[in-house]
Design a protein around this ligand. Structure first.
Ligand SMILES: C[S@@+](CC[C@H](N)C(=O)[O-])C[C@H]1O[C@@H](n2cnc3c(N)ncnc32)[C@H](O)[C@@H]1O
Length: 286
């Protein structure tokens, strides 16, 4: 069935829409991902996962095309931009931004990060996937879907809770890097560099000239105190005069975002896109 699906992209696209089969296929076809050309399949398989801190891995190609030009305008003064795109999920929107800057012949270094870029797999009668903090993300038994806390079918939720109570394996069979094949190609050429960063914990000092944090510091995900901690961390990682872009894509796919500049250890508001970021006041009162 898997071999047939791999040769037949339409079938794969149909499977990717079935929540109960999706995770099984993520693991079974993961080594073939570099050859898969269907964005629909890649999007479902890489992006439609909920991680433990309530954030999803949802992302999309060309999600931030309206933010590219204002970002570029604010980068102009800087001859060699050092960019950090935080919490990028599979990184496809970073790839878009990198391509845009290359087209504009803007000299830059591009770093991406995501706390949950990698998942760890333990094979068995019940195959389980864990994040890097050993939280169960999903599991399946045989070729049947077993458990995902975010598909609100009572049996799947119950199974998830039961499997969650079992011991975390000491060793895993393999790790799966949930980055888009196009991003992996760029990483091989050193055009995009992956760094480990937990936005609440990782301590980086005055390295970046442009930081983008889209769809991570949302009030729906984290409370004000946590957001303050994250923004303080990000601010520390920025050089003097560096620019920060923060925002959230709403249900209508509109990007409500704000730009800030670091000046005298403060983040000064520069401009809003659409309604601006919902955490603008938190940032200004930091
Ligand atoms: C909704 S996605 C945003 C993806 C992309 N920035 C976009 O807007 O299309 C949120 C991402 O945040 C990551 N994430 C969650 N907690 C994080 C943390 N503490 N530090 C860094 N990344 C985190 C998740 O793994 C997920 O991929």
């Amino acid at each position: 069935m898997i071999k047939i699906a791999l040769k037949n992209i339409r079938l794969l696209e149909k499977i990717s829409k079935i929540p109960v089969l999706k995770h099984f296929f993520i693991l079974k076809i993961s080594e073939n991902f570099p050859e898969i050309k269907s964005e629909l399949v890649l999007n479902k398989f890489y992006g439609d996962i909920w991680v433990n801190d309530k954030t999803s891995k949802k992302t999309e190609k060309n999600r931030f095309s309206d933010l590219n030009i204002p970002s570029f305008e604010l980068m102009k003064e800087n001859k060699n931009c050092i960019i950090h795109d935080i919490a990028v999920s599979n990184g496809i929107s970073s790839n878009d931004f990198n391509k845009f800057l290359l087209k504009k012949k803007k000299k830059h270094e591009f770093y991406i990060s995501d706390k949950f870029a990698e998942i760890k797999i333990k094979k068995g009668f019940i195959t389980k996937a864990y994040d890097n903090e050993n939280n169960l993300i999903f599991a399946y038994a045989g070729c049947f879907y077993a458990a995902d806390k975010n598909i609100f079918f009572p049996l799947t939720v119950l199974l998830f809770k039961l499997i969650q109570k079992t011991e975390v394996p000491e060793k895993f069979d393999y790790n799966l890097l949930l980055l888009h094949p196009e991003v992996l190609k760029k990483m091989k050429k050193n055009e995009i560099k992956f760094i480990n960063c937990d936005v609440f914990k990782t301590d980086i000092s005055e390295k970046f000239t442009f930081v983008r944090a889209m769809n991570i510091l949302n009030l729906g995900y984290f409370n004000e105190k946590k957001i303050k901690t994250a923004v303080a961390n990000i601010k520390k990682s920025m050089k003097e005069n560096a620019v920060l872009l923060v925002g959230r894509t709403n249900a209508k796919k509109i990007n409500n975002a704000s730009f800030f500049r670091k000046q005298n250890n403060k983040l000064v508001h520069l401009k809003d896109i659409n309604e601006g970021s919902e955490i603008k006041n938190i940032i200004l009162n930091l």
